[in-house]
Structure formats: C-alpha cells, structure tokens
Design a protein around this ligand. Structure first.
Ligand code: PLP
Length: 367
C-alpha cells in the first residue's frame, strides 16, 4: 500500500524509545570532535557539566538538590536503587511494565524485606498508601507501556524519613513536575529527551543523598557499577564511574539547549500537550479508534495509546512501516489491539496531525 506523499509526515519516527533524534542533532554530532576523546578530560567533562547545569535549570532545582548520572540506563538504576536507596522495605505502584520491573528488583534482593506492591488495571494507576516501615515509595511518572501518567507528590502520613523515588523516564522534559515533591527523580535520555540510550540521570534531594551515604557506609555489599555513592562522587566532578556513551551525552545536551532556547520546560510541555491532544481529539472523533486511557486526567501527554476496533493494529502498523512511519505498535506485554505513539518534544505537532491522516487513509484502504 502506498500512502500519498502529501499525507506523509516530515519524519516517520514515532517510537516511544528509542525515540526520534532530530537530524540537526545527528549532523551536529558528525561535526563535533568530542566523540572519541577521553571522558576524564575537559571537553567531555564540560559536556557533562553542561548537561547537569541544564537539567538543574530545566527542573528549577533547589540549591541543595543534585544531578547525579551513571551508565546503564533506567533499568540499571532499578538495581542501583535496590542496592543504594532502599534501607529495608519499599512500596511500589505497579501499573505497567516498568513499575513492575522495579518492584521485581527489590523483591528479589535477599538483603531487603518483601516490598509492598500495589497494582491496578492497565490504563489506570493506584495511589501510594502510607505504611509504617516503608522507607522508599516508588512509582512511574509516565508508564511508557500503557500511556498512563501518575502525579508526583509526597505520600501523606508516610514515615518522616521515607523517600519518594520516581521513574521519570518517558516524562522528563515533556510532563510538568514539582521536583521538590520527590527525593529521586530518575530517567534515561532516549525517550522524551531525544537522545540515545545507556545513561541514567537522577535528581536527588538532600534526604536521598543522605540515604545513599548511610547505606554506602552500612557494610552492605554493593557492586561497584551500581554504587550510588561512587556515582555521586563522580558526578560532582562532572564524570561518570566508567565510560559513558558520549553520543548520548552529546544529544542530551543538544536537546536541552533546544528546549531552553525555546522557553524551557513550560514550552516543551505545551508542545507535548499540543501533539497528544491532536491524537486524543482525533481518536474521540474516529469511528474505529478510542483512547485506551479513559480518564483524561491520566492520559499521557508524551505516550498516546489508542485502541482500534474492526481493524488489526498489526496490519495498520505494517502498512505504515512500508511507508516509513515506524514503531507505532502497542506494547507487546499488553497484548491489546492497540497503537502507541510517542509525542515527545522532538516530534513535530504537524507530523502528529499527518500521522492521524495517514491512519485514516490506511484504515480506509484496508477496509
Ligand atoms: C524505557 C523505560 C525504562 C527502561 O529504560 P532503559 O534505559 O532501557 O533501561 C524504565 N522506565 C520507563 C518508564 C521507561 O519508559
């Protein structure tokens, strides 16, 4: 099936991660001489410093919050947090793949007590429940697997020194957040920050930094690669414990600069809201498409999930792929007749409208 050229988006990458890296960013990398140089020397350290500074500005961080980074992505951070942030017991909200993975990491740790895991039907989210003895409350700001967004806020009635640890991986840069409502806000940059994988960033409060220090000196065995105290120490020197993916750092820096030049987080957030509302609005009008997340307050502005009726989502995504529009398949684990479309800041709102027109075209042709 050939979609008429005039209907096609200017860029067909709508994947929720890895996600679109703009061509200008890739060209900027090609003409940079930072790639292939030592991460212990000035050019790379200046790049790390710039990323840390820009994240500080993006989230309007209080002076005593710190930007920590390490190698391995958000999945590595689940393990780093298991070793270095949970003192005894954590509570997890599991409303999709990623929150469930974090819960699994702590539940398998032989040195921790059994976590509490609160789950809910896909397409919704549970709320954290204050519970005595819980020292980490963890959930996902934006469940990339289902397209549900959950608020970032303190847990009323929780133990005084408990921490709120938020996986902001597909939210950071696209969904507003009051960072002071969390102690750790961590993410990888290959989602909303238009970069490549292999890094994690964690914005840490003084309480989180104190917890890292407390556990690191408690005698618990912590693998060096997952040692948050080492990551904090390296980050303060604008370095990482081991070699970072330099292109990912370069593109993260590039994207943050682009966001800042255009007005910062409020601007990138409004761009995602514009793009996602075009899709939700289109689905509501459509005879064959419905937003999967029924509650508008929980519909993600960065990852839009759409259920289809009367047409196979796999046939639709295959026809789109033949025309250069890629990665709109629903999350495998969810097993629904669904499309999942990223509306990250790097994605042009007009391309999102073009995608909706292409969907209508493909479905009409398939019918
Ligand atoms: C993609 C994703 C992860 C995993 O990130 P990796 O960098 O691939 O380990 C974790 N949490 C969320 C919410 C994600 O979207």
């Amino acid at each position: 099936m050939q979609i008429p050229k005039k209907l096609l988006p200017s860029d067909g990458r709508f994947g929720s991660g890895p996600s679109k890296v703009p061509h200008e960013a890739m060209e900027a990398l090609a003409s940079s001489s930072v790639i292939g140089t030592s991460h212990r020397q000035e050019p790379v350290r200046a790049l790390v410093g710039s990323v840390r500074e820009q994240l500080r500005a993006l989230f309007s961080l209080p002076d005593d919050y710190e930007v920590v980074l390490g190698v391995g992505g958000s999945t590595a951070f689940f393990d780093a947090a298991t070793f270095g942030l949970v003192r005894e017991r954590s509570q997890h909200l599991a409303f999709g793949e990623f929150g469930a993975k974090f819960a699994k990491a702590t539940s398998r740790a032989p040195f921790l007590g059994e976590p509490t895991v609160l789950s809910s039907e896909p397409g919704t989210h549970p709320d954290a429940q204050a519970e005595s003895g819980i020292d980490v409350y963890a959930w996902t700001h934006n469940e990339t697997s289902t397209g549900v967004t959950a608020p970032v806020r303190r847990v009323e009635g929780a133990d005084a020194d408990s921490l709120v640890v938020i996986d902001g991986t597909s939210a950071a840069g696209g969904i507003p957040v009051d960072i002071t409502q969390s102690d750790v806000y961590f993410f990888a940059p290959q989602k909303a920050l238009a970069s490549d994988a292999g890094l994690w960033f964690a914005i840490m409060s003084p309480a989180a930094l104190a917890r890292v220090e407390e556990i690191a000196t408690s005698g618990r065995w912590i693998p060096a690669f997952l040692d948050l105290a080492a990551a904090v120490e390296s980050s303060r020197k604008d370095q990482t414990y081991n070699t970072p993916p330099l292109a990912s750092l370069f593109w993260t820096d590039h994207q943050l600069r682009w966001i800042h030049d255009n007005g910062g987080l409020p601007w990138s957030v409004s761009r995602c809201e514009d793009s996602s509302s075009r899709l939700y609005g289109w689905a509501e009008q459509s005879s064959y498409a419905t937003p999967f997340v029924a509650d508008p307050g929980k519909q993600s502005p960065t990852v839009v999930t759409i259920d289809l009726a009367g047409v196979e989502a796999s046939a639709v995504s295959a026809a789109l792929r033949d025309n250069g529009i890629v990665d709109v398949d629903g999350y495998r684990g969810l097993g629904r007749n669904q499309l999942r479309i990223a509306t990250f800041p790097a994605i042009e709102p007009d391309d999102v409208s073009a995608l909706a027109r292409c969907l209508d075209y493909v479905v009409e042709q398939l019918g």
